[in-house]
Design a protein. Structure first.
Length: 108
């Protein structure tokens, strides 16, 4: 049997269950990036079932903090490069080299 990389939603479910917290509790802890309070349990349910993706880097970081999961792992599962990294990606050759090293290390 081969192990597959989980989706972002599957990783969030697994981490949430490992911490023995409910969707309602996690939703109450994860704060929106606009300062408008916490996310809704329905939005969390949609993320966990891969019907929606977090809309911002800040939400991914909130999930990482609340679940004690490395944010870089969640960024990869979300298929997202953090905005601050993207802003610094000015040299195409340096970006290509860094990505090549990343891929090579991940595929070892």
């Amino acid at each position: 049997m081969t192990s597959q990389t989980p989706t972002l939603g599957q990783a969030i479910i697994a981490a949430r269950k490992a911490k023995r917290i409910s969707q309602k509790h996690l939703a109450a802890v994860v704060q929106k990036d606009d300062g408008g309070g916490s996310i809704s349990p329905q939005y969390l349910n949609d993320i966990e079932h891969d019907r929606r993706s977090p809309t911002s880097d800040q939400l991914i970081r909130e999930f990482a903090k609340a679940l004690d999961v490395d944010e870089n792992y969640l960024f990869v599962l979300a298929g997202k490069i953090p905005d601050e990294v993207r802003r610094e990606a000015r040299d195409p050759a340096a970006v290509a080299q860094a990505f090549s090293v990343f891929r090579r290390n991940l595929l070892k």
